[in-house]
Design a protein around this ligand. Sequence first.
Ligand code: PLP
Length: 326
Amino acid sequence: MAFSGTGKIWMNGALVDWADATIHVASHVVHYGSGVFEGARCYSTPRGSACFRLDAHMRRLFDSCKIYRMEPQDDLNTLTNAVLETIRANEFKACYIRPIIYRGYNELGVNPFPCPVDTAILTWEWGAYLGQDALKNGVDVRVSSWNRAAPNTFPTLAKSAANYANSQLIKMEAIAEGYSEGIALDTHGNLSEGSGQNLFLVRDNILYTPPLSAAVLPGITRSSVITLARDLGFTVQEEMLPRELLYIADEAFFVGTAAEITPIRSVDKITIGAGRPGPVTEALQKAFFAVINGEVPDRHGWLTFVYPGEPLQAVGAGAGKRSADR
Ligand SMILES: Cc1ncc(COP(=O)(O)O)c(C=O)c1O
């Protein structure tokens, strides 16, 4: 979906018009991918607009900075408030949130230290990443011919722009061959993740997901789904998983801020389970959407309300609410 090109973007402490939020082509990040970023969402709930797990996203952003020896100009609290300020400035009820911290303009040696560490926060309206139909009916995917980065190469605990060169290869290959997404293996051939989503499998009512050591991003949705699954009484195992477990899984699904909980209906043209979202996937979608739509009490303290006066007391049917339509 193309940008509308309107609204405000936060840049190094000031809200600027969308069209003016530009950087120089000689900025370090343009040439060497020296940026770290976040992708979070603000949802419209009956009690007001609320960011989902904003604190966890901002913490991961600062973790990414630490790994890349970047010292942001502002502290975590200031940037968290800046996110809320940007949403308010744009008067969004619901939106996608993209803070990015990057090495800016000074000189162009590989050494990033001489370049300033700049920050921008973008917000825009972004619907279901893989489409509303994907949330309801699932997606057809392939195992990618590209692996995730080897250990001790590109750190996957950092959400670094550079890591998304690999994600782009996975995504383009999948699209070029008629699939919605690719699932990458790690360099040992174990299951890792999608180009921008973590992966879960279900077999005999037990949930499995690759561990952080399988070259996955430590997804906020992944951790939320683990919590919700355990709340529902399911066993969740984080362990190295062989590729072929995909094909014999009863259910499989992607999770992520953009993809939310998207069922997988086939892998490499092998049907997963009955070829439609299974009961465990549906139960987790229901639990997840109930939280983000503000339909249940926020037991885990995951919602940060954006506008003064919110959360409102009354709980009713949510406008603009998200669901898999069932
Ligand atoms: C490579 C990758 N894995 C997993 C995820 C899911 O992470 P989260 O749930 O924090 O959005 C993302 C999301 O951006 C991603 O880019």
